[in-house]
Ligand binder design. Structure first.
Ligand code: FES
Length: 104
């Protein structure tokens, strides 16, 4: 699976979260304390737009019903059977790349 060029790392400072779309697939890019993460951008509860939620202490909070997901693992904090996908991410020459092969 090919690496996809997303946004410059300067557009994603620590504590920031961005929505990004590839081929109609909603993704979430976030920066937790300098670590860039790429995850699925759709909430598995009822398809809420996660990028419109809050990003606090490495957790993304869905704007619709407040389910929380740990961006380090993709896991829902109150339902262990639910998670959002995580994807590989790299920064090259100041640009964030992701590959849509699920790592979790
Ligand atoms: S759609 Fe995300 S918590 Fe309900």
């Amino acid at each position: 699976m090919a690496w996809l060029r997303t946004i410059p790392v300067t557009e994603l400072p620590p504590g920031a979260m961005r929505h990004w779309v590839h081929d109609g697939q909603d993704l979430l890019l976030c920066n937790h304390a300098g670590e860039i993460r790429a995850l699925g951008g759709v909430c598995p509860h009822a398809n809420g737009p996660l990028a419109q939620g809050n990003f606090v202490d490495g957790l993304v909070v869905c704007p619709w019903h407040a389910w929380e997901f740990d961006t380090a693992t993709g896991a829902c904090t109150h339902n262990a059977r639910t998670a959002i996908p995580r994807y590989e991410v790299e920064t090259r020459q100041g640009v964030i790349y992701t590959r849509l092969a699920r790592i979790a």
